[in-house]
Unconditional design. Structure first.
Length: 279
């Protein structure tokens, strides 16, 4: 007897470095929710995984108890041009949860996350000076294209009705996690009174490894990027210490604000709120 085909009732589609880990970490604690233990299933993002077909995707939810609300979280879905159509063809009734964060802060966070794993060769200011793309390329870092939220919302709404999309602002998640999670719970149809400590703990806190060899290469990103992958992995060990990312210069901040301003205005208009993102 074949196993029933199981599909998610909701998907956290992104954005990267905008609270998706915190949502995933808390939602999977909810007794009415099942999410695969691997955060990023990436079925609709990764071409090789998508080629495995719906049966493989269904198997990711095989351990869900009967009656559970099924979900997954893959932050790349929101940006990849092919993802909305792929999702609509297989899970047209899925509720989509999108997170947005002030795009300069989001890009800076992603950059330093790559630096702490010794996976970025350039200084942030040099990346700002380079020509900035306006289209997402999965082969690139996409520090700046990932923040063009209005572009991705417009694309999503070609495939899904607006009532199936919930947009969460990262600042709201920090200020009022209880209120935000109640909205999320109501949106996906589970008990809104549930609470857990994970709802109030933002994950992905900034840290560095304290060992001196790691710090040597961390402070020299061009050297670190030349290390073999195995060597970089060996350096990322030992005691962890908190890390405050350096501030951006006013000139760099102003250039990026000008770059993001039209997209931020479009997003604010769609949400019907004043985002206070310098546009």
């Amino acid at each position: 007897m074949s196993s029933p085909v199981r599909k998610p009732n909701f998907i956290i589609i992104g954005s990267q470095k905008a609270g998706t880990s915190s949502l995933w970490n808390a939602l999977r604690r909810h007794p009415q929710v099942f999410m695969p233990p691997q955060k990023e299933v990436n079925y609709f993002y990764d071409a090789d995984r998508f080629a495995r077909g719906p049966k493989w995707y269904s198997e990711q939810f095989a351990k869900a108890p009967a009656g559970a609300i099924l979900g997954e979280a893959s932050p790349g879905y929101v940006c990849l041009p092919e993802a909305p159509g792929r999702m609509a063809s297989l899970v047209p009734q899925a509720k989509l949860i999108m997170t947005v964060r002030e795009p300069i802060a989001r890009a800076h966070s992603q950059y330093w996350d790559n630096r702490r794993w010794l996976n970025e060769a350039s200084q942030f200011e040099a990346l700002v000076d380079a020509p900035r793309r306006h289209d997402f390329d999965p082969r690139q870092r996409n520090y700046f294209t990932r923040g063009l939220y209005s572009v991705y919302i417009e694309r999503l709404l070609h495939h899904f009705p607006q009532e199936q999309l919930l947009v969460i602002v990262f600042d709201d998640l920090r200020r009022d996690p209880h209120g935000v999670f109640r909205r999320v719970f109501d949106f996906i149809g589970v008990d809104g009174d549930f609470t857990c400590r994970e709802m109030f703990e933002l994950t992905n806190a900034r840290f560095l490894f304290a060992n001196p060899l790691f710090r040597f290469f961390f402070e020299r990103p061009a050297w670190a990027a030349r290390l073999p992958r195995g060597s970089r992995r060996l350096l990322r060990r030992g005691r962890r210490v908190e890390f405050q990312t350096p501030s951006l210069s006013p000139a760099v901040e102003a250039r990026l604000q000008a770059h993001f301003a039209p997209y931020n205005r479009e997003l604010a208009s769609f949400l019907g709120v004043d985002l206070d993102w310098g546009y």
